[in-house]
Design a protein around this ligand. Structure first.
Ligand SMILES: [Mg+2]
Length: 376
């Protein structure tokens, strides 16, 4: 069986209600998907994270390397793509294109071998993964703290046992918002905060110290991803665990985070960091440093499924009779590209998501709906 065709799709949806975080406003979601098809008609789906038009160009660059290859040899294809782009794309969005293709090859491999990706990775260590709600973005409001508290309550009532909110507006507003959300959630729901690298080290220490009483499970991207030394210092100056890594690429990028003792929780995005092939290696590397892995996930059900299979395969650290439960990010902002386009639809049950059991990623794309969302 040989790879015959690589097809990309840029899909887009204008949001009913725009929202923002510490860096920019969102009023549209745009995502690049890729479909890899064999000469026998089997296909796999992949997805890249980042600017869709550039990912599409990256896929055009890599596609000729795939045509005619055996899709089961996905690690060989990964290496070929990596070596062909290494000189000018050690980091960044070209790796999202590589990731999208790698995910599609794993989906295809699973379909050829009639096994879910998690089995191909070495085994399913859990059938369900505890999901945390990503939401609580900023919006134009007279009383943002109150509105965020109401949104947080909605997630709690939906069954989530963990919720992540944005910080990075300014320290005073952040403290007010965190206080309002923690008060409405009560003590039993995990609460995380994410600054999307909005702060200096000094500001991050100030905010961390101020919100420590609200029992924060992690402080995500407090400072610029380039500031490895400052990450290490921040970790020593707050009791709140530090998370980061959605801007890191490949095992080599994560090595910088690990060697410098920057994070308690690493957050690679399978659609950017090098696909499933590389994510598995990053998980192994994290384990050698005693760092937890909670995938960053901001896309369709393809991205979510790939992350679920990986976390199904994750060995929790430390191992023990009653093991700590790993987490998966479940974006709850408006996105029909995630909710409607991919079948079956992921839904929360008792605060957890099922790891798909059917071959490959265990999902498919509704081709009728796809044409509705393909950007013209
Ligand atoms: Mg984040």
């Amino acid at each position: 069986m040989r790879i015959k065709e690589v097809t990309h799709y840029i899909i887009s949806h204008k949001l009913d209600e725009s929202f923002y975080f510490s860096q920019w406003h969102y009023d549209r979601r745009t995502i690049c998907l890729v479909k890899v098809t064999t000469d026998e008609g089997l296909y796999g789906w992949g997805e890249g994270y980042g600017p869709a038009g550039i990912i599409k160009a990256g896929i055009d660059f890599f596609a000729p390397l795939l045509i005619g290859k055996d899709p089961l040899q996905q690690e060989n294809i990964w290496r070929l793509m990596h070596l062909r782009s290494l000189d000018f794309a050690r980091r960044g969005v070209m790796l999202s294109a590589l990731s999208a293709l790698d995910i599609a090859l794993w989906d295809l491999k699973g379909k050829i071998l009639k096994q879910p990706v998690s089995v191909l990775l070495g085994g399913r260590k859990r059938e369900k993964v505890k999901a945390y709600a990503t939401g609580l973005y900023f919006r134009e409001s007279e009383n943002l703290a109150q509105e965020l508290a109401e949104e947080a309550l909605f997630y709690k009532n939906a069954g989530f046992e963990a919720v992540k909110m944005k910080v990075g507006l300014n320290i005073r507003a952040d403290i007010e918002n965190v206080k309002a959300v923690r008060e409405i959630l009560g003590p039993d729901i995990e609460l995380m905060v994410d600054a999307n690298h909005a702060y200096s080290l000094r500001e991050a220490i100030q905010l961390a110290n101020a919100i420590e009483p609200y029992n924060i499970s992690w402080f995500e991207e407090p400072i610029s991803p380039e500031e490895y030394d400052n990450y290490r210092e921040l970790r020593l100056r707050t009791k709140i665990p530090i998370a980061g890594g959605e801007c890191e690429y490949l095992r080599f990028g994560f090595q910088n985070l690990f060697i410098n003792r920057c994070v308690d929780i690493a957050q690679p995005d399978v659609c950017a960091t090098g696909g499933i092939t590389e994510f598995k290696k990053i998980m192994s590397s994290a384990q050698t440093f005693g760092v937890d892995v909670v995938p960053h996930s901001w896309g369709t059900g393809i991205a979510l499924s790939a992350a679920l299979h990986l976390i199904s395969n994750w060995d929790t650290i430390p191992g023990r009779l009653y093991e700590p439960e790993p987490l998966i990010e479940f974006d709850r902002t408006e996105n029909p590209l995630r909710d409607d386009l991919i079948k079956p639809r992921f839904s929360l049950e008792n605060g957890r998501l099922d790891v798909p059991t059917t071959p490959g990623l265990g999902i498919d794309v509704d081709m009728n709906l796809l044409s509705k969302y393909v950007s013209k």
